[in-house]
Ligand binder design. Structure first.
Ligand code: ATP
Ligand code: MG
Length: 286
């Protein structure tokens, strides 16, 4: 049987869609079905296991899966951060402390002696220690945000992205404990063959990630403006310049950072650029 790399991803939840999209954007095809627990790619030596996110670090550490995609919050909570290969830039969120909005809160010291509910006891304990605060940590596995209103705890420590869940439960965010995003993790003792497959996968992931931040730009400009336009597009090293059918005009093609682009668009227009097209790039190999 040919060697396959086994990837564990979250079966259904906030990491699932972006994890699957990343694999698909790497040109790796597979049939996904919500009923299946395992699928094999048809065009890359990759097998996908669908698991609960909490189980992913343990399965990868034990070698049941070779690699996995999981939130850093879960990874660090389980003390498995040494498995990290790289951060993936999606599922960004933070672990925060929150208290009822009616509570007077001036500093972290106000949590001394309080009862705090969380699903992340290890991350919270480390943070409180660092801050010199002594509190009782009450570990619960879900619905943490209702703990204060039912009298289970005086404060909570939970995952926040926009903060709207906190507000709708009458809470306010008071401290940020940990910043998280999705990470690619790998077993530390992969065979040579599996390591090679991982390298191929990483090559593709990097091409996809690089392309996400860049745009292909095309514009037309009078020849005498070309030097100024090039100087305004700092990321352009050597743009392609083609003559237009109309005398004295050229078309300039290059790759720019999308973020930079929005800052300089007015200036390149003022310099004479016309018919500016900005096009997404699918893959970028450098
Ligand atoms: P499972 O059933 O697999 O155990 P879960 O309920 O524990 O799922 P989800 O709520 O799907 O987990 O969240 C999975 C991960 O996504 C979290 O551990 C965190 O890294 C990230 N995450 C959680 N909430 C958000 C959010 N609001 N925005 C972005 N990312 C988030
Ligand atoms: Mg979970």
């Amino acid at each position: 049987m040919p060697c396959m790399l086994r990837l564990a991803i979250q079966k259904s939840g906030r990491l699932s869609e972006d994890s699957l999209n990343l694999i698909r954007e790497c040109g790796i095809s597979f049939v996904s079905s919500s009923l299946k627990l395992k699928t094999e790619s048809t065009n890359f030596p990759l097998e996908i296991l669908y698991l609960r996110d909490d189980d992913i670090p343990g399965y990868v550490a034990d070698g049941v899966a070779d690699i996995g995609i999981v939130g850093e919050n879960v990874l660090v909570e389980e003390g498995k951060q040494s498995l990290t290969v790289e951060k993936l830039g999606f599922s960004k969120c933070r672990l925060s402390l929150a208290v009822p909005k009616t509570m007077e809160y001036n500093s972290i010291q106000d949590l001394n002696g309080k009862n705090i509910a969380t699903s992340y006891p290890n991350l919270l304990k480390a943070y409180l220690q660092e801050q010199g605060v002594e509190a009782d940590i009450h570990t619960i596995s879900g619905s943490v945000e209702i703990a204060p209103s039912i009298g289970l705890a005086e404060a909570i420590c939970d995952i926040v992205s926009s903060g709207s869940t906190l507000i709708s439960n009458g809470l306010k965010e008071v401290e940020r404990v940990f910043k998280s995003e999705a990470a690619l993790i790998a077993n530390e003792e992969l065979s040579e063959e599996k390591r090679e497959i991982l390298e191929k996968l990483l090559f593709r992931i990097h091409a996809v990630q690089r392309a996400r931040k860049k745009k292909y730009i095309l514009l037309n400009a009078p020849n005498e403006s070309l030097d100024e336009i090039r100087s305004l597009l700092p990321s352009i090293k050597s743009p392609t310049i083609l003559p237009l059918a109309e005398d004295g005009w050229s078309s300039l093609h290059s790759v720019v950072n999308e973020d930079d682009f929005w800052e300089i668009i007015e200036k390149i227009k003022a310099a004479g650029a016309q018919g500016i097209l900005v096009i997404p790039i699918e893959k970028m190999i450098i």
